[in-house]
Design a protein around this ligand. Structure first.
Ligand code: 1HN
Length: 375
């Protein structure tokens, strides 16, 4: 056997289960099953893959295809009936757990002027990314926040939250992101409706941004100790300004262009324990190289247009389109324009990967760092 054949043999056969069925073994497996047991070698190769094998598939949902049907829900169900009026992203590889990718859920929520969705809380951590409309607000544990397009807002696990649109507002649509599939997988999910269905506004409106969003400053003597960011809303204008300033002084990442993480200003860490988020800018004409990571990503194009190649498949996106990158699949991004920048919002489960010591990243080594397009 040549040495490379030998390596292959060692990899594929030695140390891997390789037991052929015989009538005697089949009878033995039946006997084990009747005892509430099974032989490890019948499942070992499946439960110990060489590397992560995502069951989610890469997907893109075009906003132009969805918007009309999302708006139609306004006439079909009330927030009182539905609890939350949301059309969710159903990944064909994850329908059983209602995930958009991995253990992350995402959907589009629509509310009309004067509507309110009642207050509740749950073990799942949640976020919103505002897509369109005027006058949306959310109240998180008594902190009322006004919301505009491309604002990013947190409703951390265990916080009471309700949303609405002002009487003089317009129909609003935002993207929700939650780790409900993860909470259900861990069988740790609790859900509670507020006893009054609504909560008081206990602080000045938008106080969390007033206190915690000032560049490099925090209120003297304030020490936030909850395990999520005290800054509950990240507005678009300062986010875009931060990216534009960074682009002037940095080459950015070969894989992501100018990428900035939304952080907890108290710790510098991710915004919540289980979900992190970022905004990235692809400069005019920018084309990144491919890499893969342990972790699942949900993207929304916040500005401009371009495409991403995920596991060899090309997905073209423009403002408000949503797409997902499953764990350990190579992905690279390109801005379609030579004159305008493009921005991608993303949320992901990297805080979980990092907390559990599972984070890994690998560059695509061949072909100058770009994947061949398979379809
Ligand atoms: C939830 O609390 C919201 O607060 C939206 O708007 C979607 C999906 C499943 C479970 C809880 C919200 C949700 C959700």
């Amino acid at each position: 056997m040549s040495s490379s054949r030998h390596d292959q043999y060692r990899e594929e056969v030695l140390g891997r289960a390789n037991v052929a069925d015989t009538p005697e073994l089949v009878a033995y497996y039946e006997r084990l099953e009747s005892l509430g047991t099974a032989a490890l070698w019948t499942v070992a190769n499946k439960i110990e893959p060489w590397e992560p094998v995502p069951s989610s598939v890469p997907m893109l949902w075009r906003y132009d295809d969805l918007r009309e049907d999302v708006l139609k829900a306004l006439d079909l169900v009330t927030p009182e009936q539905a609890g939350r009026r949301v059309i969710y992203f159903d990944n064909p590889g994850r329908s059983d757990v209602s995930a958009a990718v991995g253990w992350l859920y995402s959907g589009l929520q629509v509310m009309g002027p004067g509507e309110v969705a009642s207050s509740h809380r749950h073990s799942a951590s949640a976020l919103r990314f505002i897509m369109e409309g005027q006058g949306a607000f959310t109240n998180v544990d008594g902190h009322k926040m006004t919301l505009g397009a491309n604002d990013f807002v947190l409703t951390p696990n265990g916080t009471w939250h309700e949303h609405g649109v002002a009487e003089d507002g317009t129909t609003c649509i935002w993207q929700d992101g939650l780790d409900i599939p993860l909470m259900n997988a861990l069988e740790a999910n609790f859900y509670e409706v507020h006893p009054d269905l609504s909560q008081a506004i206990s602080y000045p409106v938008d106080d969390s941004t007033a206190k915690w969003a000032s560049a490099g400053l925090k209120p003297a003597g304030e020490n936030w100790s909850k395990p999520y960011s005290p800054l509950l809303k990240y507005e678009w204008a300062p986010t875009y300004e931060a990216l534009s300033k960074l682009a002037k002084v940095s080459d950015g990442s070969a894989f992501d262009g100018i990428l900035m993480d939304y952080i907890n200003p108290q710790t510098g860490g991710p915004v919540m324990q289980t979900i992190g988020a970022s905004m990235q800018m692809l400069r005019p004409g920018e084309k990144t190289k491919a890499h893969r990571q342990t972790g699942n990503f949900v993207y929304q194009c916040a500005k401009g247009s371009g495409h991403s190649i995920i596991n060899g498949q090309r997905f073209d996106w423009k403002e408000r389109d949503v797409f997902v990158v499953p764990a350990w699949l190579y992905h690279e991004h390109a801005n379609a324009s030579d004159s305008e920048d493009a921005c991608l919002f993303a949320f992901h489960d990297l805080p979980v990967m990092r907390a559990l010591g599972l984070y890994r990243e690998e560059a695509f080594a061949e072909n100058g760092g770009h994947q061949p397009i398979l379809s």
